[in-house]
Write a protein of this length. Structure first.
Lengths: 475, 202
């Protein structure tokens, strides 16, 4: 590693702390730094008391406290009566980012309680200890919050889509369209989707509904929670707040497995692009240095406004069966293994990483992070260095994203923003149809950055049908 | 799940010894950090109530004119309200009524009639001939307001303080858990039909 000390280093997810309290100042949920957790619960109670006092002083003046900047931290408040949300994050991180995370946390809590129930309980029983109703949810919230800083989809309010063959995506979509004889029974369906890990393969929906990315993120967090993940069938009451913050819907989640993985008797599947029957996935695209073959999880999710479980299950069975036809599921699993593509694939000199949002499709894509300075000394970089580098890059992305969108009170939005540090330069560029953020070797001149961005955009055009979900089925 | 947090508000005229009582009970140095700026401060103490460990958060008001009313946000969701007067000051006793009213208006508890108050007559260590409010009179008032528990205390001599706060904690916990008795949740799962324009364009 170089001997240059890079200054803003405190961007680790663990450095972010979250507090949720009721309007009476009762603790609801907290995520804290480990070393501070060890100092005992007395400290948390006191902190929450101070937070409540501060919020109350403003509230009694019909005002809202927004944030306190106290380097090295910024304390950001989001007031969503009857709940108050507080995030403690590095002060060099834009305020808008903490707001997005707090808003997301709010949506997750609504997804469990619904806005109307929350309101009703805390209006009637102002002193109610909400932890009683959230006790089964805290693990999900905690694990999910840790992943927030690495999610471009949540930052840019878009979907993270699985890269795969357009025909395969189409086959998955077809499997989700209800058969004609079931259609009348399924009038309460909001949408059905297939996801591989946390990436969307396809979403089928009735004409009248549109899909809000924030609701999908809530749904993904829910089905990804330890209590649900891997289960063959779960039937979950869930509120999708952007759809309707006050009503409970039902989500059927089914993690799919290949029918008979052990039986090699499938007559030579001719449809396969790479004939690796029974073999391992090609290792060339494996992310990280762990060397483990990633076993992707495929989940079928159906959201219904009706509580009629049987109807949904029957349809899910049909869809599952159709997903197994023509080895669709098998190919999806394979695509999941290869979904983390390498930036080298683009063949753009000096390009280290990027993320790209298709504004028309409201979807985002990014290659695997393979390091900034690792060129020429393959394998030398250990995992911790790599993670720190990744954290720093993410922090730069957030800065540039914030500047371009003028999210933190800047005077105007920007079309282009270029930031260079000793180790990396990051450029953000926004147009009508896309947003792109690229990380480059700092040795490249700025003009080359523009060229690289153009090259990525060109590649996007070529790869669009594989990278993004377009023309999702409507029924 | 963390420990239950009991929110206790301490009210009474300036100089009756609210802060001293809390200090005596909690036995920690008082910070006064927030009191100067926002008119309120709090102390926390871990207590055992009926074999349950709870955290009491005691909110102390400034008691001065300027901060007389703390506002809705502070009182909201209190589990117990402690009214303090000085047994050597008839005036501080007479204002208990308005402190009680003030609390009920601001906190607007769900079940105002049964909301737990505790009254403390403080400074009983002062010589007997200075006393202006008799125990009988105080108890009569408490009785009339719905059998409010009454304690005569001395923050200075640590008389009855522990007992008083134990009762406060107990009654607060009672109030806190009472919620369950007439609880209306978990909600039956409601299947509201979504509106025709559900979702939004993104």
């Amino acid at each position: 590693m170089g001997d240059v000390k890079y200054e803003p280093s405190s961007h680790k997810p663990a450095d972010r702390q979250y507090f949720v309290l009721t309007h009476a100042g009762k603790p609801v949920f907290t995520v804290r730094k480990q070393e501070e957790v060890d100092t005992g619960s007395d400290e948390v109670t006191n902190l929450i008391g101070v937070m409540h006092a501060l919020i109350s002083v403003f509230e009694d003046d019909q005002d809202k406290i927004r944030s306190i900047v106290a380097p090295p931290v910024r304390i950001t408040f989001t007031i969503r009566p009857p709940l108050y949300y507080v995030c403690v994050a590095p002060s060099n991180e834009p305020e808008s980012v903490a707001r997005i995370y707090l808003e997301h946390l709010h949506l997750l809590i609504l997804s469990v309680l619904t806005g109307s129930q929350l309101e009703r309980i805390l209006t009637r029983h102002t002193n109610f200890d909400l932890r009683r109703l959230l006790s089964g949810t805290t693990t999900m919230l905690q694990t999910h919050l840790l992943h927030l800083p690495t999610s471009f989809a949540i930052l840019t309010s878009s979907l993270n889509t699985l890269r795969l063959d357009a025909n395969l995506r189409l086959r998955a979509a077809d499997a989700l369209v209800p058969p004609p004889n079931m259609k009348s029974k399924l009038k309460d369906i909001l949408y059905a989707m297939v996801v591989v890990d946390d990436r969307v393969v396809t979403i089928a929906r009735p004409k009248k509904h549109t899909v809000h990315p924030a609701d999908i993120h809530v749904l993904l967090a829910t089905i990804g929670s330890p209590a649900v993940k891997g289960n063959t069938a779960s039937w979950l009451p869930i509120c999708l707040p952007k759809f309707n913050p006050n009503s409970l819907l039902h989500a059927y989640a089914s993690y799919l497995t290949l029918p008979d993985t052990a039986v090699p008797s499938q007559p030579a599947s001719t449809r396969q692009e790479e004939s690796t029957e029974g073999g391992e996935a090609p290792a060339d695209n494996e992310e990280g240095a762990t060397g483990e073959v990633h076993e992707p999880s495929v989940c079928l999710v159906i959201v219904s406004a009706s509580g009629d479980f049987e109807v949904v299950r029957q349809w899910a069975d049909v869809a599952t069966q159709r997903l197994n036809e023509a080895d669709t599921l098998k190919h999806l699993i394979k695509a999941g293994q290869k979904s983390a593509y390498s930036v080298d694939e683009l063949g753009i000199p000096g390009l280290r990483h990027f993320f790209y949002k298709s504004r028309a499709n409201v979807q985002v894509t990014a290659p695997a992070f393979e390091g900034i300075e690792s060129l020429g000394k393959e394998g030398e970089m250990d995992q911790i260095d790599r993670e720190e580098e990744w954290d720093r890059l993410l922090a730069l992305y957030r800065l540039v994203w914030d500047a371009i969108h003028a999210k933190s009170g800047q005077e105007c939005t920007l079309k282009l923003q270029y930031v260079r540090t000793e180790r990396v330069s990051v450029m953000g560029w926004i147009t009508q149809s896309f947003e792109i953020y690229i990380a480059l070797s700092p040795r490249l001149p700025k003009s080359a950055a523009v060229g690289a961005a153009n090259a990525v955009v060109k590649w996007m055009k070529q790869e669009e049908s594989r990278l993004f979900l377009k023309d999702a089925p409507v029924f | 799940m963390g420990r239950v947090l009991l929110k206790v508000i301490i009210l009474g005229d300036s100089g009756v010894g609210k802060t001293s009582l809390m200090n005596q009970y909690v036995n920690k140095r008082f910070s006064n950090q927030y009191k100067a700026t926002i008119g309120a401060d709090f102390l926390t103490k871990e207590v055992m109530v009926d074999d349950r460990q709870v955290t009491m958060q005691l909110w102390d008001t400034a008691g001065q004119e300027r901060f007389q009313s703390l506002g809705v946000a502070f009182y909201r969701g209190a589990d117990c309200c402690v009214l303090v007067y000085d047994v050597n000051s008839a005036k501080s006793f007479d204002t208990l009524d308005s402190w009680r009213d003030e609390f009920l208006i601001q906190a607007n508890p769900q079940n105002a009639e049964n909301f737990p108050f505790v009254v403390l007559g403080n400074k009983i260590d002062v010589e007997e001939n200075k006393r202006q409010v008799t125990q009988k009179r105080a108890m009569a008032w408490c009785q009339a307001k719905g059998s409010i528990p009454y304690f005569e205390t001395s923050a200075k001599e640590a008389i009855n303080v522990e007992q008083a706060f134990q009762t406060i904690a107990k009654n607060a916990l009672q109030q806190e858990t009472d919620v369950e008795l007439y609880a209306d949740y978990p909600d039956p799962i409601r299947i509201d039909s979504p509106g025709p324009s559900g979702g939004c364009n993104c």
